[in-house]
Design a protein around this ligand. Structure first.
Ligand code: PBG
Length: 326
């Protein structure tokens, strides 16, 4: 039936009918809150390129965790900033059972046992070269890196991590991590695979946050070419076969077609990473008075759900949850 019998505006007449026919919605349970943790005491420092977002030392993290819990967020994704003197080319510090990441996991498990703790698995914050893997003659070694990532995952599991999140894009890492976790008795520790992670310039502010920018070259030999979609489906398929529990697409806003294709083609929870550059764009325009921060934030988060994402890792998690709850 077409016009005038059909008038689609009838379903937009007022807030009540709009709410009745709404197809997608956001809930605080959809969000994963990334946290940046630093060594030391009394540290809560704003990240210059990520306004209103902070690095915390563990003693200052408590109040942030309390606030997240209060708004209904229970899932956190941990990143640590490692001082230069602890960086090398082998990820030695990543395997330190008393390292900052491992201590952070124990701290959160103790103070907020209801939280679901996910941890970043990649060598870049620990690497003197700022690359996600071990470097030799200017190349990023695959299998040697995977062996370290598997050990790193076990170390996080031992400290109490609920799920590890490999963000490195080495081949075969999901299978090796799964095997290592199982052999160490952690068959219940999950894996959220950054399956379709693109070599993106939208990661800039994150690399400022962790001082983890690559010292030479770029990440194009391991992260995906932004031109490709079919390849993303191959990556996802492999990670599922190797034992991933959740697959991720990253970045988010410029890659909604990838989120949609993954969610249409596979029966597995899909997460999307609303990355630092996407956050910075909205924050910067809002500070200029050029965009309405609250509205553009909520609109972009909702778009992820419409594209088929089940979970959203976002620096807006707390602010958005507050708005949903009010
Ligand atoms: C590192 C990692 C990166 C992000 C998450 N894990 C950066 C990179 O690959 O260089 C980016 C997150 C963001 O930009 O918000 N393996």
């Amino acid at each position: 039936m077409s016009f005038p019998n059909t008038r689609l505006r009838r379903l937009r007449t007022n807030p009540a009918i709009r709410a009745m026919v709404e197809e997608n919605s956001l809930s605080p349970a959809d969000f994963i809150a990334p946290l940046f943790i630093v060594e030391g005491n009394g540290v809560k420092e704003e990240i210059e390129s990520m306004p209103d977002y902070f690095r915390y030392s563990l003693d200052r993290l408590q109040s942030e965790l309390d606030e997240l819990a209060e708004v209904g967020i229970r899932s956190v994704l941990l990143f640590v900033k490692v001082p230069d003197e602890k960086k090398d080319n082998k990820g030695t510090e990543a395997l330190n059972d008393s390292g900052l990441m491992q201590e952070s996991i124990r701290f959160i498990k103790e103070s907020h046992p209801e939280f679901f703790i996910m941890t970043d698995i990649a060598l870049d914050p620990y690497s003197s070269y700022g690359h996600d893997g071990i470097v030799e003659d200017g190349e990023i070694l695959n299998d040697e890196t995977v062996a370290v990532l598997a050990k790193m995952s076990v170390s996080h599991a031992k400290a109490g991590a609920d799920m590890v999140a490999p963000s490195d894009m080495m081949d075969g890492r999901i299978g090796e991590i799964r095997k290592a976790l199982d052999e160490a008795g952690f068959s219940n520790t999950g894996i959220m695979a950054y399956s379709a992670k693109y070599a993106s310039s939208f990661y800039g502010p994150f690399r400022d946050a962790l001082d983890s920018a690559p010292g030479f070259g770029d990440k194009k030999t391991y992260q995906m070419n932004p031109a490709n979609l079919q390849e993303a489906l191959r990556e996802v398929e492999q990670d599922i076969e190797e034992g991933a529990d959740i697959v991720m697409v990253k970045p988010g806003m410029p890659y909604l077609d990838v989120v949609k294709a993954v969610s249409d083609n596979f029966n597995i929870p899909v997460s999307v990473y609303n990355v630092s550059g996407e956050y910075a764009m909205i924050k910067a325009s809002a500070k200029q008075g050029w965009l309405n921060e609250e509205e553009t934030m909520m609109e972009s988060l909702l778009a992820f759900k419409r594209a088929g994402a089940d979970l959203i890792a976002t620096y807006f998690a707390k602010e958005a949850a507050k708005i949903i709850n009010r």
